[in-house]
Design a protein around this ligand. Structure first.
Ligand SMILES: Cc1ncc(C[n+]2csc(CCOP(=O)(O)OP(=O)(O)O)c2C)c(N)n1
Ligand code: SF4
Length: 250
């Protein structure tokens, strides 16, 4: 009896992520959601610029690669051209919350019927560990060697807290993949975001707190602890908005 197998929506390509990087777990959760909703043949993904730039090799669906930060605009075009397709973007915090802030906010404001998977690892991973919009106060990066100084660099951008006030957004939730309980909750949220799109409910964004052991300079195991101890207190895990929440939902 098969008890564990690769989702159909992942290809056999060997992932290029560093050991212990949780991008791989998040890919799997997205692929499981696509499998469970049986939408593989109708799904189109938009890959970002960042470590997940090669997501087009890993997801077994049609993929497009957008210029840095522009994935929600590209997804908008695809969805409007063919509303029967299920369109998602997969973006890091440097991509989505810095150069791509405008595209994110305006696609939410327009209530585009797309799904955004926002991977927040509090750093620019691909380019070697520079300070990102989501870098925590005091956090050491290549460009904040003495720790992020909020007097000079400002405060981290809290994407879910911002988007919950955008009228066009339907579903906004922050989850994490630092332990099994949180991975299970992340799966539920990602599945719900895709399901909402299939039901025509509009714009969904799931922020997933993720690790970058390489640029955080810690072991994979320690990176999971660091995320739990430092990121979750600053970026609380919860549903920030659900226009279609049923009575009794948590
Ligand atoms: C227009 C443009 N500006 C800057 C870059 C350089 N660049 C490549 S990836 C990246 C940030 C990636 O960080 P993030 O989105 O957090 O993803 P991660 O690599 O951490 O998964 C930047 C600034 C670029 N490729 N294009
Ligand atoms: S640099 Fe960081 S985000 Fe990029 S693959 Fe490595 S661990 Fe993951």
């Amino acid at each position: 009896m098969v008890v564990f197998k690769k989702p159909k929506a992942l290809t056999d390509a060997v992932m290029t992520y560093c050991p212990g990087c949780t991008h791989g777990i998040i890919h799997r959760l997205v692929a499981e959601a696509i499998d469970e909703l049986d939408i593989m043949g109708d799904t189109i993904g938009v890959a970002p610029v960042g470590c997940s730039v090669m997501a087009y090799d890993f997801f077994n669906v049609d993929m497009v690669q957008a210029a840095h930060g522009r994935a929600p605009a590209v997804a908008t075009g695809i969805k409007r051209a063919d509303p029967s397709k299920i369109v998602f973007t997969y973006q890091g915090d440097g991509d989505l919350a810095a150069i791509g802030t405008a595209e994110t906010v305006h696609s939410a404001a327009r209530g585009e019927n797309i799904t955004i998977i926002f991977v927040n690892n509090a750093i620019y991973g691909m380019t070697g560990g520079q300070m990102a919009p989501t870098t925590l106060p005091g956090m050491v990066t290549q460009t904040s060697p003495y720790g992020r100084d909020v007097e000079k660099a400002g405060y981290p951008v809290k994407v879910c807290e911002l988007l919950q006030n955008v009228d066009g957004a339907a579903y906004i939730e922050r989850v994490s993949v630092n332990n099994i309980k949180n991975i299970n909750a992340a799966k539920k949220a990602i599945l719900k975001a895709f399901k909402y799109q299939t039901e025509g409910k509009g714009f969904s964004l799931v922020e997933v707190l993720s690790t970058c052991p390489t640029n955080w300079g810690v072991s994979p195991e320690k990176s999971l602890e660091w995320l739990g101890e430092n990121m979750i207190p600053y970026f609380p895990l919860r549903c920030y908005k659900d226009k279609f929440a049923q009575e009794g939902d948590k």
